[in-house]
Design a protein around this ligand. Sequence first.
Ligand code: PLP
Length: 442
Amino acid sequence: MFPKAVFPDTAEINPQGHLVIGGCAAPDLAAEYGTPVYVLDEATIRARCHSFVSEFQSRYPAARVAYACKAFINPALARLLYEEGLGFDVVSGGELATVVNALQLGQSGRPELDHVYFHGNNKTPQELAEALEQSIGWVVVDSFHELELLNRLAGEAGKTQNILLRVSPGIDPHTHVYTTTGILDSKFGFSIQTGHAALAVRQALAAPNLNLRGLHFHLGSPVFELEPYRVATELVLRFAAEFREEGLQLQQFSPGGGFAVAYTRDQSPPSVAAYAETIVSAMTATCDDLGMEPPALVVEPGRSIIGPAGVALYRVGAIKDIPGVRKFLSVDGGMGDNIRPALYQAQYEVLAANRANDALSEKVTIAGKYCESGDLLASDVMLPPLEPGDLLAVPVAGAYCPSMASNYNLNPRPPMVLAANGASRLIRRRETYQDLTHCDVA
Ligand SMILES: Cc1ncc(COP(=O)(O)O)c(C=O)c1O
């Protein structure tokens, strides 16, 4: 059966048994752009953006949605997200430059970066200088080192930089240890528990070239539970209230991102409305209780905007059947375009994109083409009997697949295509062999 819930909104199976995304049939996309290829459904991206903006703003008008670029960003996507009214959360000079350059397209002069947030646990002096140079709206300061460095660099630039502090509330959101960030034993943020967060607030308030306007936390990702957001929101707001008399005016508050999406048919993450209701009600109730003016709210979804919009298409090549053990179907991509199964045992659905109406009669393992035994995209999935040349689709490939892609084994990274209303357009071309050695000096 077609697991529609994990595919983009427009996905359907046509009478020929072909997967169709944005009105474009998978075999046609594969023929035009080659495989592997990431296909993004424009309607899903826009609908997800709209859902975040409307669910949060209808409950709390002073809410903003900043897209977490780490999930994936490129110029075409940045323009599209900007059109939908989103701000941006960037974590490197590269992400910042990409967003700034994309927003500059079609407008004269420098774009307003009021809704751009610079995150990261070890921003380099160069990256901070670039952020100051670009007059970025917000730097989310993550360490004492950064507090001192940014204060000094802002002073040298003759600027006062608006900042948030990233605090670690010490709450476990029960996701994979590699993607858990808000607990005590984490490299991110100032721990409230150890007293470091209190020290950081005082240091930031005393820094002449920094303007401390609020607090941020991020629990991890994907977070399938609502309760950690509620508990952490209340805890961080109560922490903030302790510093009112010392001059902390909480104008902005951010519970980060981490909103879950379903990767497999058995998962049912909370709706965007449920996340919004939990966060907004926890925030307004706590502020009420504390007699505190509620701050502007900033949420930072990444995966939940772009993840479900993306489908990776692969072509089947070698097939190895080990009787009584396992049947491997090798595809023309793998850990170079989707590291998540190898990195944190992520699970995916797999669909035969050109035989989607055939009976699922074989249990197979989908192997990549990279020289690692751990390069498996999915284990023990049910598919129809397939042959070399058949097409496989892996859904929810929009987030943390293209952005974490590598050139391991010197494989060119795949192209990316935006599909809408029966038409497709390339928003990133396939890399060439020349690209692979482009930076090398002979
Ligand atoms: C500070 C911050 N905000 C937002 C996100 C986005 O998370 P997700 O893509 O799961 O929404 C992350 C992810 O690591 C993050 O570190």
